[in-house]
Design a protein around this ligand. Structure first.
Ligand code: NAD
Length: 255
């Protein structure tokens, strides 16, 4: 099979929340496949440091700091891309947060913050990207879901609700935009070693439960999402639409 199928040279990818964790690993993977990547996060200094690190590694990278829950900031960022002649060919909606507590203890303010950061952001950033992709007749959108797109665990109610929404937002994007040459798909990571899971990684009881559930018997590494991301960003997936690919060591396949 030709490597050209997965070649991202000449493509520009915006990855939200990419100054650390899974977003950063995905951004590096897309850059290694040839894409120019735009690093996003809330903190401009962290975004700049990530861009510098990526450039130091020989990758084409730029930064765009904005909060994915701030619609005016998102609209302004895309207006800036237009003004600079930057066309976003690939969008990865990765930014997200987790808040853990029993459902009866969540305030509606906390609920909305999780939904807006993990779900509404993907709609708003996706809408701004898609308007331009539709005009150009092509584009790739990759939403980051979770095992929580399918299944629930106690104490992560709003997150589970948002990630279930990501699964159906992905389908909605696909059915509305497929005829315009856009593929919208999702990746559902399993339990990955990132800062978001710091408390769980240190929790011996949780680890015992987790290792009893994951057929691969280990946590995932952020760079293990790169294969799925490059596939969904490249011509190799041009007839794949509205799907969610689980990268979870087999966890969602196990009873
Ligand atoms: N780590 C896992 O095991 C796991 C599993 C399934 C899904 N996910 C999902 O993967 C994505 C990345 O998670 P991670 O583990 O790398 O977490 P992380 O906390 O390490 O990284 C999340 C990134 O999003 C950024 N971010 C948060 N709110 C933002 C906002 N309002 N605007 C812009 N950026 C913002 C953060 O600054 C950070 O860089 C999330 O959507 C998460 O739900 C993670």
């Amino acid at each position: 099979m030709s490597q050209a199928l997965f070649d991202l040279n000449g493509r520009t990818a915006l990855v939200t929340g990419s100054s650390r964790g899974l977003g950063r690993a995905i951004a590096e993977g897309l850059a290694k496949a040839g894409a120019r990547v735009i690093i996003n996060g809330i903190d401009p200094a962290r975004v700049d440091a990530t861009v510098a690190g990526m450039r130091g590694a020989g990758h084409a990278a730029d930064g765009s700091a904005f909060d994915v829950t701030n619609e005016a900031g998102i609209v302004a960022a895309f207006a800036g891309f237009d003004a600079d002649g930057i066309a976003i060919d690939i969008l990865v909606n990765n930014a997200g947060i987790q808040v853990r507590k029993p459902l009866v203890e969540f305030s509606s303010v906390e609920w909305r913050r999780v939904i807006e950061t993990n779900l509404t952001s993907a709609f708003v950033v996706g809408r701004e990207a898609a308007k331009r992709m539709i005009a150009r007749g092509r584009g790739k959108i990759i939403n980051i879901g979770s095992l929580a797109s399918e299944l629930a665990r106690p104490t992560v109610g709003p997150y589970t609700t948002a990630k279930g929404g990501i699964r159906n937002l992905t389908r909605s994007m696909a059915v509305e935009w497929a005829a315009s040459g856009i593929q919208a798909n999702a990746i559902g990571p399993g339990y990955m070693l990132t800062d978001m899971n710091e408390a769980l990684v240190k929790n011996a009881d949780f680890n015992t439960w987790l290792m009893s559930r994951i057929p691969s018997k280990r946590w995932g590494r952020p760079e293990e999402l790169v294969g799925a991301a490059v596939f969904l960003a490249s011509g190799a997936s041009d007839y794949v639409n509205g799907q969610i690919i689980y990268v979870d060591g087999g966890m969602s396949a196990a009873m």
